[in-house]
Design a protein around this ligand. Structure first.
Ligand code: NDP
Length: 484
């Protein structure tokens, strides 16, 4: 059995208290690894190491920092197969998905910020004849990065890469549920050229290790991705200490389908936006809003496609949906099917746990599930289920589509399917979401701002937004006396 270790000050370390948590493989239900149950003492060591490394790292030239990130990006690519297998085993996602999306994207995140930092600049404001101001953008110091289980290495690297590129030292905690690829990443950090203490990884439970990072007075900024309730706890702890906060939280995203869309393209994309990664992507569209005139046509075609989705062993190359991440999460998602039934919903397909034959018999699998007949304000249509469960809702016109789309407490991402150019421009203006995709889904340019509004979070990641978050702007005003 694999024993995961913390990575502090360039060394692998057991947790101070010697305690470990059991990690299970979602596809089989088998115990396969042990995770350090770190506490505030381990976090203290990591913060001290990061603080000591900060003067060195922040004075590395941009080119030196960029080279370390570039090296790490390349090492990840060189280890694509090993990391993909580890991600799939740890999370339950199809191996193919990890190979095509998760690991390449983790590599790209480091590569992207290796380049971005070489182009980063700041503003200057000229008071003609009086003074010149320029904005000095300096790294913050020690920052905390806390990430969730759904896209483990992908989201972990999405925070760490800009934090390091900007010259900060990092204390990071991956999700307790999927720690393996972060652990494997820690084995590459020295080879990539990072000085000891620049990049520390502390494993453990959120309320203990995560909270200790958030509470530590030397951690000046927190970048967090996870659930809205956890985000609220972190915000409450960080606010009185005036820490910088970036919160990427939950979603209840609409896919809005108009009769004038390219039906076939829309259909295959909406199947994907509903069930990719077992519906466990914060950007998945779980509320499918359909213009009344094509509701029947959509329902028939959609169900036909959904029934063909192959659910099963993540290592099978034909598998489209793997296991849900844990037994607890599977039970939570199944409980929402019961809630939907109690609320009067009709299960059009799916709704049940699956027990595949063979090695995955005890894995946490579930049928892709489609429900209709629910009101927009019921729990099923308001709460984040974060699994392979979607709800179909008809609408009469554009005005009603906007009302339905906006009627949740979340505001992460909406996707819109239409061939009306006017509508494609008009609707994004009134949709309360941080991201609006038109005739596409999950199309990502890493330079664009990423994040949500309302209960979906605060701040933006991506491109300059991330580099601005991880730097402190200081205005320098230089008085310029006129020539005598
Ligand atoms: P959680 O909020 O449960 O956990 C996220 C991370 O926070 C984990 O590392 C967790 O540790 C840690 N944590 C938990 N409690 C605390 C605490 N008190 N202080 C500090 N850290 C803490 O989210 P999940 O892992 O369940 O991830 C799923 C959620 O993430 C969904 O709501 C999803 O929408 C959201 N998400 C948002 C995205 C976005 O970009 N907006 C992208 C992807 C996911 P541990 O695992 O040990 O509990």
């Amino acid at each position: 059995m694999k024993k995961i270790q913390n990575f502090i000050n360039g060394q692998f370390a057991d947790p101070t208290n010697g305690e470990y948590l059991k990690i299970y493989e979602p596809a089989t239900g088998n115990l396969y690894a042990l995770l350090p149950l770190s506490n505030s003492k381990d976090v203290e060591k990591a913060v001290r190491a990061a603080k000591n490394a900060f003067p060195i790292w922040s004075h590395f030239s941009i080119d030196q920092r960029s080279a370390c990130l570039r090296n790490l990006s390349e090492i990840i690519s060189d280890n694509l197969d090993m990391l993909s297998a580890a991600e799939s085993k740890d999370n339950g996602k199809p191996l193919k998905l990890a190979q095509n999306v998760d690991i390449p994207r983790a590599s790209k995140n480091f590569g992207f910020f290796a380049d971005a930092i070489t182009q980063f600049s700041s503003e200057s404001h000229h008071m003609v004849g009086t003074a010149i101001n320029y904005t000095l953008r300096q790294p913050i110091g020690v920052v905390g990065c806390i990430s969730p289980w759904n896209l483990p290495l992908y989201l972990f690297s999405w925070k760490i890469a800009p934090a390091l590129a900007a010259g900060n030292c990092v204390v990071a905690k991956p999700s307790e549920v999927t720690p393996m690829t972060a652990y494997l990443l820690s084995k590459f950090i020295k080879d990539a050229g990072f000085p000891d203490g620049v990049f520390n990884i502390v494993h453990g439970l959120g309320p203990e290790a995560g909270q200790a990072i958030v509470d530590h007075p030397e951690v000046k900024a927190i970048s967090f991705t996870g659930g809205t309730q956890t985000g609220a706890k972190i915000a409450a702890a960080a606010a009185p200490k005036f820490k910088k906060l970036s919160l990427e939280l939950g979603g209840k995203n609409p896919a809005i389908i108009f009769a004038d869309c390219d039906f076939d393209k829309m259909l295959s994309n909406v199947v994907l936006s509903s069930f990719a990664n077992q519906g466990q992507i914060c950007l998945c569209g779980s509320r499918i809003l359909i213009e009344e005139s094509i509701y029947g046509k959509f329902k028939t075609a959609f169900i036909e496609k959904v029934k063909k989705i192959k659910v099963g062993d993540p290592i099978d190359k034909d598998t489209k949906m793997g296991a849900l991440v844990s037994k607890e999460h599977l039970e939570k998602v199944l409980s929402y099917v019961e809630i939907a039934k109690a609320e009067g919903g009709k299960i059009l397909c799916g709704g049940n746990r699956i027990y595949p034959e063979g090695r995955c018999e005890q894995g946490y699998f579930m049928e892709p599930t489609v429900i209709e007949g629910l009101s927009a304000d019921c729990r099923t249509n308001q709460e984040e289920i974060f699994g392979p469960v979607v709800s179909l809702i008809p609408f009469k016109n554009e005005k009603e589509a906007v009302e339905l789309a906006n009627c949740t407490s979340y505001g992460l991402a909406a996707s819109l399917w239409t061939s009306d150019v006017g509508r494609a421009h008009r609707m994004p203006e009134v949709l309360d979401f941080g991201i609006v995709w038109v005739n596409c889904w999950l199309l990502r340019d890493l330079r664009t701002p990423f994040g949500g509004v309302k209960n979906s979070g605060m701040g933006r990641e991506g491109g300059w937004e991330a580099l601005r978050f991880f730097t402190e702007p200081k205005n320098v005003c230089i008085k310029v006396d006129p020539l005598d």
